[in-house]
Write a protein that binds this ligand. Structure first.
Ligand code: FAD
Ligand code: NAD
Length: 463
């Protein structure tokens, strides 16, 4: 892409940080011919997170839910440069970003005119001792692989031990901490795997497996409607998933999770596989940026205004998705996607404003222009920025898989009235809704084939 437009106007540089829901949705809707677009992310693929809980047990293959950035970038309207690197420092004054390629081996920097921060978040441990060392998160491809390997390893180790060996019982104790949608969906997938596949491959061993979900508050799926929460909890009880509610984990060692139970007693929950899903925290680059701007007073994420502009750097930095904190907007793919689509419209308008300002400058430079003409031009320019409307989130609802081919759905009908759905029909709805959300045709086909494979042959039990 050339540095200037045909009328001589310089093409502005738009840098997008991240390759997740926010960034990729923006790339898909943005007219990339209008800017020099540079995407920076250490992860060279997009990950379709809604099916991530299905991957450690093999319901869906990891390769089916990733899409290479090179292929996404290639499909853009204009030329887009992708750099596999991590942004480490953003200077909102000089408009410069420091980046590190190849795990810090190459350090460079680049300038931007506009920056979109969409770096997501990292799993939170709340500083609880032992969590980082002993548990697996469920956020990235590497996490899902690690959980899968651990499950398969434990099954093999346990099968070599005698039935009365206490180590066997511990190896077969699968514990999930955090009863939000991630923890619930993973516990559900795990129990499906045990009940639908392991019963065939390892009938004796499968009966000894215990799936436990530990949640600090009185209910799982706290953000859902009460009716749906009850349905999900009843389903978990029917499926013999051990629900430990009002039980807050205080520390973790190599064999046990130590938690405060509802009676205020410190109890040990032995585990063989431990998955930690207690929500999100800001990344280092986000915290670094916050520390540079006095307007950034929240520890939960980047504060933005109603036009998604970063407080303290409103003229050049936008932030979307999980790295932000804005009351009423939750850290979901749905929010990141809608914010990205809004920003694509904003950048179209900003380009239009830039184009008009350039024309005005050129016209003013013309010696024959009258004072009246200059005033009219200035008036038109003054009016333009106010034409950018505020971001409006349209909540379409929430869905969660709860196991045994059942799902719960909290849907907003026509913006106001609510519709609550449960059961197997909702599971089909869940599958088709998420399939429609899969970004590429290739991913849709691959996920459908994975489901068909599981239906006919069961889940793949090899690494
Ligand atoms: P992400 O999608 O996390 O993307 C962040 C990107 O930034 C990544 O590419 C990352 O590599 C990159 N990055 C990180 N650090 C840097 C850096 N320093 N410099 C440059 N790039 C960087 N939401 C739903 O609405 N429905 C669901 O069903 C659902 N299921 C989920 C299941 C799981 C298991 C998880 C973990 C989340 C789920 N979510 C779901 C939430 C959803 O995935 C997030 O809200 C969404 O990914 C946020 O998009 P984002 O672009 O802000 O961040
Ligand atoms: P979350 O923040 O939604 O839930 C974390 C849970 O962990 C909470 O219920 C909390 O009470 C519990 N917890 C925290 N500390 C604890 C402790 N010490 N001991 C026991 N329990 C503890 O986190 P999540 O489930 O990872 O979800 C993150 C975001 O991603 C949310 O916005 C969610 O809506 C979204 N998401 C959506 C879906 C979906 O729509 N199907 C699926 C996964 C994630």
């Amino acid at each position: 892409q050339t540095e200037t437009f045909p009328d001589g106007r310089p093409r502005k540089t738009l840098v997008i940080l991240g390759s997740g829901w926010g960034s990729v949705s923006l790339l898909k809707s943005l007219d990339t011919t209008l800017y020099n677009v540079i995407v920076i992310s250490p992860r060279n693929y997009f990950l379709f997170t809604p099916f991530l809980p299905s991957t450690p047990v093999g319901t869906v293959d990891l390769k089916s839910i990733v899409e290479p950035m090179r292929s996404i970038v290639r499909r853009s309207q204009g030329e887009v440069k992708y750099v596999e690197a991590e942004a480490t420092d953003i200077d909102p004054i000089t408009k410069e970003i420091k980046i590190e390629e190849n795990h810090g081996e190459i350090k460079t920097s680049l300038k931007y005119d506009y920056l979109v921060v969409a770096v997501g978040s990292q799993p939170t441990t709340f500083g609880i001792p032992g969590v980082k060392e002993h548990s697996s998160f469920l956020k990235e491809v590497s996490d899902a692989k690690k959980i899968r390997e651990k499950i398969l390893e434990n099954l093999e180790l346990a099968s070599n031990l005698s039935e009365d060996d206490p180590k066997r019982k511990r190896l077969l104790s699968f514990v999930v901490v955090g009863g939000g949608p991630t923890g619930v969906e993973f516990a559900a997938e795990l129990k499906d795997y045990v009940d639908q596949d392991l019963t065939k491959w390892m009938p004796k061993l499968s009966k000894e497996i215990r799936v436990t979900l530990v949640e600090g508050t009185p209910n799982i799926l706290g953000s859902f409607d009460k009716k749906l929460i009850k349905y999900a909890e009843d389903t978990f009880n029917e499926e013999h998933i051990d629900l430990q509610l009002r039980t807050r984990v205080k520390s973790v060692n190599c064999e046990n999770v130590q938690a405060l139970n509802p009676n205020g007693e410190l109890i040990d929950i032995p585990y063989g596989v431990l998955v930690w899903a207690t929500g999100n925290a800001p990344r280092e680059v986000t915290k670094n940026l916050m520390s540079k701007l006095e307007e950034q007073t929240s520890r939960r994420g980047l504060l933005i205004d109603e036009k998604l502009r970063l407080l303290g750097a409103e003229n050049s930095i936008y932030a979307i998705g999980d790295c932000t904190f804005y009351p009423g907007l939750f850290p979901t793919a749905q929010v990141a996607h809608q914010e990205a689509e809004y920003l694509s419209r904003v950048f179209k308008k900003l380009n239009k404003i830039d184009q008009l300002e350039w024309q005005v400058q050129k016209t003013k430079a013309n010696e024959n222009i009258t004072e009246k003409d200059t005033k009219t031009l200035d008036k038109n320019i003054d009016k333009l920025p106010t034409k950018i409307e505020n971001f409006k989130y349209n909540h379409l609802g929430a869905l969660a898989y709860i196991g045994a081919e059942k799902a719960v759905a909290d849907l907003s009908m026509f913006g106001t009235s609510k519709q609550y759905l449960t059961g197997s029909f909702t599971f089909l709805f869940y599958k088709s809704a998420y399939l429609a959300m899969c970004l590429s045709f290739r991913n849709r086909i691959l996920v459908t084939l994975d489901w068909a494979k599981v239906y006919f042959f069961g889940r793949d039990s090899s690494v």
